[in-house]
Ligand binder design. Structure first.
Ligand SMILES: [Cu+2]
Length: 68
C-alpha cells in the first residue's frame, strides 16, 4: 500500500469533498481517500494499477487540479 498527499485548492464545500472522494474511489487500485477541507489536502492510499500520475490526472479531469 502506498500513500500520497495532494493539495487541491479548488475544493470549497462538502459537495467538492464528496465528488473527489467518489471519483477517486472509483479509480482501480485506490483503497482509501481522506479529504481535509480545512487544509485542502487529499490523502490517497493506493496500490497498482493506480499511480500518482493516474490519480493526479483524474483530479485534473474532474476540475480539481493538484497544486504543485
Ligand atoms: Cu464545493
Amino acid at each position: 500500500m502506498n500513500e500520497i498527499n495532494y493539495e487541491v485548492p479548488s475544493m470549497h464545500c462538502m459537495h467538492c469533498v464528496h465528488t473527489v472522494k467518489t471519483e477517486l474511489g472509483d479509480l482501480p487500485g485506490v483503497k482509501n481517500v481522506d479529504v481535509s477541507l480545512d487544509t485542502k489536502m487529499v490523502k490517497v492510499d493506493y496500490d497498482a494499477p493506480a499511480t500518482p500520475e493516474s490519480i493526479e490526472n483524474l483530479l485534473a479531469e474532474i476540475n480539481y487540479p493538484v497544486k504543485k
